[in-house]
Design a protein around this ligand. Structure first.
Ligand SMILES: C[S@@+](CC[C@H](N)C(=O)[O-])C[C@H]1O[C@@H](n2cnc3c(N)ncnc32)[C@H](O)[C@@H]1O
Length: 434
């Protein structure tokens, strides 16, 4: 690791900031005095050209510590050019999540918005995350897959496997910077993490053989939405999970606490590999295989990808039926063919496909279909099932969870209640007059 790290530093693009009391304008460092801590970032010189890296980490740590209530451990490094509306900077908070630390590459506004989340405002909300003393898994080397995680005890549906905060978050907008500038921010970010988090970062796998930092991030990041902006986040421990097209675990990000959760979506026996899906696993086999090869560089060896062609064809047909039934159940026009029976078939198809997490959506369709024909108890049953699975697969704060919880209590108050009763004579024969 140490050698690799040294090599990496050797390749680091040399970028620079002016000394901490000056800014770079038209290629020259000029004197600058900065105002309040909050305004600093927009005032800092946003360098559009690249030269020697003068501002050492220690200088930048010192400067940050001299500003009252400055929320970051280091003075942020920033770049902008004609393509960027706002400068992109690297913001590091070494004390985040009880010293696990984090760096964020984004604009000043988005970085300061993140500080308003509970993860920073109410650090006690993180008291039960990042606990890896006695995890329910062990690391195992799989031929052809690299490392993976294997359950060391029985996990039941809904059991938590991970609750983890990211060590880095990067904004896709930073791609508007030049490659060298963007990489400079990334290297700066890694260099400013606490040593333990730097270590887990460098232990991550990279498979593209391009820049070592970029490669690790591209191989291991999860797309998350923070304040309605798409961001890529790295959770190094969760990144050990391999892909399966029919996974036994699902993940969801809670932006309030900046915590990524992984839960079992079916019972998992000791000795079984714990897997998640990297892609939309409702795509047919050929598209799954292509996407996995293109994005992660491996040949899909899942059972549904390597099965006999007759079985693959059967599976692809079921996936086609799932898509067609979903369209029917989403149709709320007078001509809709949606019935509770159609929703029951959808559930059965997901079960046959072993797409456990995706049942969240099928249960929702069923809850709405029963509700639309005035079938209260069935609507409540499926709303409950959908709320549970949506929490595991979409997150605790997802709108589907709220909607399904409400329907499970009072289906009569839901927007779909008796919507299809008497509609065009196409009902299931179960809703008229109730
Ligand atoms: C996020 S990492 C997963 C952990 C990784 N196996 C390791 O050793 O660190 C993603 C990489 O793992 C490998 N991988 C994940 N799932 C796989 C699978 N089902 N078959 C083969 N390789 C897989 C690929 O190299 C992929 O780029």
């Amino acid at each position: 690791l140490t050698n690799e790290k040294l090599e990496v530093v050797g390749q680091k693009p040399l970028l620079h900031a002016c000394p901490s009391d000056s800014i770079l304008q038209k290629g020259e460092c000029q004197d600058a005095t900065f105002g309040s801590s909050h305004d600093i970032i927009s005032d800092v010189a946003f360098r559009s050209n690249i030269s020697q890296f003068q501002q050492t980490l220690e200088e930048s740590r010192k400067k940050a510590s001299q500003v009252k209530d400055f929320p970051w451990t280091f003075w942020p490094e920033c770049f902008s050019n004609e393509n960027t509306t706002d400068p992109y900077c690297v913001f590091t908070d070494q004390s985040f999540a009880s010293g696990r630390g984090i760096f964020i590459i984004t604009t000043k506004d988005l970085a300061y918005d993140m500080l308003e989340h509970d993860a920073w405002r109410r650090p006690e909300t993180l008291s039960r995350v990042n606990k890896y003393d006695s995890p329910p898994f062990v690391t195992h080397e799989f031929p052809g897959k690299g490392r993976g995680l294997v359950a060391n005890k029985t996990l039941h549906r809904g059991d938590q496997i991970f609750a983890s905060t990211p060590i880095l978050i990067t904004d896709s907008g930073a791609y508007d910077l030049s490659e060298a500038e963007r990489l400079a921010l990334l290297y700066r970010g890694v260099d400013t993490l606490p040593p333990a988090s730097q270590k887990v970062f460098w232990e991550l796998l990279g498979h593209f053989n391009d820049d070592p930092v970029d490669d690790r991030i591209n191989t291991n990041n999860f797309d998350v939405s923070i304040d309605e902006e798409a961001q890529a986040a790295v959770f190094p421990e969760i990144a050990m999970l391999n892909h399966d097209c029919r996974p036994n675990a699902a993940y969801a990000f809670d932006e309030r606490t900046m915590t990524h959760y992984v839960h079992a979506v079916r019972d998992i026996m000791p000795g079984e590999e714990i897997t998640i899906t990297y892609i939309d696993n409702e795509m047919e086999r050929a598209r799954r295989v292509k996407k996995l090869k293109r994005n992660w560089g491996f040949d899909c060896s899942c059972s549904t990808c390597t099965a006999h062609p007759s079985l693959v064809s059967e599976s692809d047909t079921r996936l086609g039926e799932i898509a067609a039934l979903s369209t029917i159940l989403d149709d709320w026009t007078i001509d809709s063919e949606a019935t509770p029976e159609a929703a029951e078939l959808l559930i059965s198809l997901y079960e046959q496909e072993r797409l456990h997490a995706n049942l969240a959506t099928a249960y929702k369709h069923a809850a709405e279909a029963y509700s639309s024909f005035g079938k209260k108890w069935e609507a409540m049953r499926y709303a409950r099932l959908s709320a549970e699975m949506s929490m595991l697969d979409k997150g605790f704060g997802d709108s589907d969870v709220k909607e399904m919880r409400e329907m499970s209590l009072r289906p009569e108050l839901s927007w779909s209640w008796k919507k299809r009763v008497g509609m065009g004579g196409k009902s299931c024969g179960c809703g008229h007059g109730h």
